[in-house]
Design a protein. Structure first.
Length: 111
């Protein structure tokens, strides 16, 4: 089950980017990966397009596996927490930080 959503602040818990933090831009639940703002940058060679797009070397964020990400919780001792689910007073299913027991609000913008 996907517990990290776009808009969450996460920290990388393993690999060459260990300890770095960023905001999740996009999540792919089928491939279990996420794009985090400013992390895991790669350089790609882009060909010039017909509609006046410039070519050259472009730097962009690459996918990071969800197993390497942990949600940042400010009141937690280590700063990160696992996520569980509970029903709130209204009967809605909400995400809860396991370490602190605090609800994690929805970061999605209302349309």
């Amino acid at each position: 089950m996907q517990r990290i959503k776009s808009g969450d602040k996460v920290r990388i818990i393993s690999g060459k980017l260990l300890g770095k933090e960023g905001t999740v831009l996009q999540v792919c639940p089928t491939c279990k990966k996420a794009i985090v703002e400013g992390l895991n940058k790669v350089k790609m060679h882009k060909k010039a397009g017909a509609n006046q797009e410039k070519g050259g070397i472009v730097e962009k964020e690459n996918w990071i596996p969800l197993c390497k990400l942990a949600l940042v919780v400010p009141k937690a001792a280590r700063g990160v927490s696992k996520i569980s689910y509970k029903k709130n007073k209204d009967g809605k299913k909400v995400r809860v930080a396991k370490v602190t027991g605090a609800e994690i609000g929805s970061n999605k913008k209302a349309k």
